[in-house]
Write a protein that binds this ligand. Structure first.
Ligand code: DLL
Length: 433
């Protein structure tokens, strides 16, 4: 049996998990109180001390931490150990403001890599596999996290990092890579490039992909699975909590199991901060239970999703999170209507397009405009203007049905929208520029 499939934890009865989480929470709150003055002040302000936290039922008493707190405390304000005990930093890309820097002790890296190893095993990985890690290495957590997980599982690890697509394909074929880890948008691009090289799904040794770091639709999963001839697994995580591996999909591909022995998940109403009942959609909040160097309690991720405890055929009992729709700060408000880029992606892929699109939002004469530029696929390519117009109209209708508002759709020639090697940037909001 694989060492990183741990049924005694991953399939533990709920009562046992609550007991473990409660025990760890009590200990962790004390660790934070004693070592992170920034959070201790927040607790004092709320009138809470470690004595008030006796188990997970008391979690709601603790104050939230937000991205703004992380920026305010930058760089060392939330470090939970003496600097000499921290051995690594990782950092977010900083697309939504100042960079966030997270710290790790040896123990934290070990725990993080365990989580990634579980994800690889859940995707069918064993020490027989060749695992190509095409997430970026460096400050971004994707490369280092999956690299560590792949080592733990014993896969032959190919640390290509991102970019240089033709070389990626050469390594996949020459070394017989069976698992690939990268962003879903890069997986789609790899598929596109392989097709151009005349490689069909049966010519490629890959059998599974572990894709995350950005929102992607179910339709995009189908597309990637068909072009690469693999099973595509979702993986979720964020730098602040370690990186990839906070949650991962099993072979059922129906939501990501959260590693509940290390993280407690809550769903809250983003406006009021109230906890929402199970199954409701809201903002995901995490409490890290056993991290030393960056021990965040009740961290607001801004990711929007729901949780489910319906039994999973795989036997794992850890709660599952639905695919995040996007972040509360990705959500566009267009003429008063909430729009997630992932909803637009669903319409495009359902109409036979690939995930090569750009969303441009602007404000003209005090009215928000939504312009969606969509690349024609080589199969759908035409220069017949009447046909182009008809197809554009079809997409405008599809988007109206999905979003309830009118968008302008422009079909553009194949290969005119830039491809991404990491997280795709789909939205240009000129209202903010
Ligand atoms: O993206 C960690 C990661 C690396 C996850 C590789 C999975 C694979 P950050 O750069 O800190 O960390 O960005 C975290 O990315 O809050 C989500 O908004 C988004 N995100 C991550 N995974 C998914 C996913 C990494 N599977 C932010 N689906 C998170 C949707 C995701 N969004």
């Amino acid at each position: 049996m694989e060492r990183y499939y741990q049924p005694e934890i991953e399939c533990a009865p709920r009562e046992e998990m609550i007991r473990l989480q409660s025990e760890r929470l009590v200990k962790q709150v004390r660790h934070v109180w004693e070592n992170v003055p920034y959070y201790r002040k927040k607790m004092e302000k709320k009138g809470v001390t470690p004595d008030d936290i006796k188990g997970i039922d008391d979690l709601h008493k603790l104050p939230f931490l937000s991205k703004d707190d992380l920026r305010e405390a930058y760089p060392y304000g939330l470090l939970g150990v003496p600097k000499k005990d921290a051995v690594r930093i990782q950092s977010t890309s900083g697309t939504t403001g100042k960079r966030v820097v997270a710290f790790y002790t040896h123990h934290d890296i070990d725990l993080w890599e365990d989580c990634c190893a579980r994800a690889i095993v859940a995707a069918g990985g064993t020490n027989e596999d060749v695992c190509q890690v095409s997430y970026g290495y460096g400050l971004f957590t994707g490369g280092p996290g999956l690299n560590g997980g792949s080592h733990k599982v014993g896969c032959l690890t190919v640390p290509t990092s991102s970019g240089n697509t033709d070389r990626q394909i050469m390594f996949i074929n020459d070394l017989g890579a069976t698992i690939i880890c990268c962003t879903p948008s890069y997986a789609a691009y790899l598929g596109e490039r392989m097709k151009e090289m005349g490689l069909g799904p049966d010519d490629i040794p890959l059998k599974a992909g572990i894709f995350g770091a950005e929102a992607w639709s179910e339709e995009m999963r189908q597309d990637i699975q068909n072009t690469l001839g693999i099973k595509a697994y979702d993986i979720y995580g964020l730098t602040e909590l370690s990186g990839p591996g906070v949650a991962f999909e099993c072979s059922d591909q129906n939501g990501m199991h959260i590693n509940e022995d290390h993280f407690i998940a809550e769903i809250i109403d983003p406006d009021t901060g109230e906890a929402l009942p199970e199954g409701s959609e809201g903002e995901l909040v995490f409490t890290a239970l056993d991290k030393e160097a960056f021990p965040l309690l009740r961290y607001r991720t801004r990711d929007v999703c729901s949780l489910s405890r319906t039994p999973c055929p795989c036997g794992r009992t850890h709660v599952r999170m639905a695919k995040p729709k996007g972040r509360t700060d990705d959500m566009l408000i267009i003429r008063g209507v909430n729009v997630f880029p992932s909803q637009i992606e669903t319409v495009l892929l359902n109409n036979g397009y690939a995930a090569n699109y750009q969303i441009v939002v602007d404000r003209v004469n005090n009215t928000d405009t939504l312009d969606v530029q969509v690349e024609m696929t080589p199969e759908l390519f035409t220069d017949n203007l009447g046909e182009i117009e008809a197809r554009q109209k079809e997409l405008v209708e599809g988007l109206r049905a999905m979003l309830g508002i009118r968008a302008k759709v422009t079909l553009v020639a194949p290969k005119t929208i830039a491809r991404s090697e990491g997280k795709a940037v789909r939205v240009i909001d000129k209202r903010k520029i």
